[in-house]
Design a protein around this ligand. Structure first.
Ligand SMILES: *[C@@H]1O[C@H](CO)[C@@H](O)[C@H](O)[C@H]1NC(C)=O
Length: 334
């Protein structure tokens, strides 16, 4: 008669034991022997799409979690979970810098979206992570809009608004300053050069011609062209369409491991009806896409053809993305 109770007790103990991750939190440093001499173009890393949107901190009338939330872990949570590349979209909201997820809904001639984690919180998340982990973190800034301007038209940041943001981002510890900061091709820099003796944070800024980096160019901020990626999303909510599109792009762009620095954009994009609340949320779509990555990518890989950034929504703390990147780094890349 004790057996069922006993089994119940055992199974609840078993389910309470956290999954043992194959790779430690500082997975790059733990694998520096394998990866240290390789330039970024010969390394695969996990990355987070619209990485600031794990929180919804206000937004416009027609936005909600279903159509703006892309992540469930904060930047700090994603860092601990192994993500090393962050798509960050800065906005000005109520006079403060935040991350945001906004778009121009032409049907109603109005900008709609939400604010995510504040830039202040992003900076403190990064600093607490690098205080304990000698890892490389890449931040890509884009889609910078002033949402205080009235939602019939959100202007992109002015030079002064960019400078105020970069000034705040100087609060990031361990910004990586290359010996040749304005000319370096970061895809050719080895992992040991970045993190041989300390953590490193690289910030790349959009687009080369609308902002003059000025003195920030020698303080850890670089132009897109200095970490130039092939990065083309599929713009579909259908998993099979996205899979075949991304795998075809991978094959075309990475016939050799030096052809281009390749971001595999493994994300689904809501249809207009879904944006309006009829159907899957962004996180629902992510929960379809993410498991498929672990099954469909392997047949597309070879020693010539592998992605550099594995880019997803809803980055989870289950170790699977780091395992996949390290499988690529161990079995295909060299
Ligand atoms: C950075 O973001 C921009 C805008 O989305 C994109 O065009 C560019 O390819 C990105 N860079 C990398 C290294 O992914």
């Amino acid at each position: 008669m004790l057996a069922p109770l006993f089994l119940l007790a055992v199974s609840s103990i078993v389910s309470a034991i956290p999954v043992k991750k194959a790779q430690p939190t500082d997975w790059m440093q733990a694998n520096i022997g394998l990866l240290g001499s390789r330039p970024l173009i010969n390394i695969a890393i996990p990355g987070s799409h619209d990485a600031g949107m794990s929180q919804i901190n206000g937004g416009t009338a027609f936005s909600d979690a279903a159509n703006t939330q892309t992540q469930t872990l904060s930047i700090g949570g994603q860092l601990s979970a192994g993500s090393r590349y962050f798509d960050l979209r800065p906005v000005i909201a109520d006079g403060l810098y935040s991350t945001g997820h906004y778009s121009d809904v032409t049907e109603i001639d109005s900008w709609q979206g939400s604010n995510g984690e504040s830039i202040a919180s992003v900076i403190s998340d990064i600093n607490s992570f690098t205080s304990a982990n000698n890892e490389l973190i890449i931040i890509n800034l884009s889609h910078a809009y002033d949402t205080d301007a009235g939602n019939s038209h959100y202007p992109i940041f002015t030079q002064a608004q960019w400078e105020a943001l970069l000034e705040q981002l100087l609060g990031i510890n361990h910004l990586y300053v290359d010996a040749n900061p304005t000319t370096v091709d970061l895809t050719q820099v080895t992992l040991s050069t970045f993190i041989g003796s300390s953590p490193a944070v690289v910030v790349i800024v959009q687009p080369d011609d609308t902002i003059d980096l000025g003195t920030y160019a020698s303080q850890g901020f670089y132009q897109y062209s200095q970490l130039n990626a092939y990065n083309e999303y599929s713009d579909t909510s259908t998993l099979s369409t996205m899979e075949s599109d991304q795998l075809a792009k991978l094959a075309a762009q990475r016939a050799t491991p030096i052809q281009s620095y390749f971001l595999l954009s493994w994300t689904l994009t809501q249809s207009t009806l879904e944006v309006l609340g009829l159907g899957d949320s962004i996180l629902d779509l992510a929960n379809q896409a993410d498991p498929a990555l672990y099954t469909s990518l392997s047949s597309a890989l070879s020693t010539n053809t592998y992605p550099n950034i594995l880019f997803i929504d809803n980055f989870q703390n289950d170790g699977q993305m780091v395992d996949l990147a390290m499988t690529i780094n161990t079995n295909y890349a060299s």
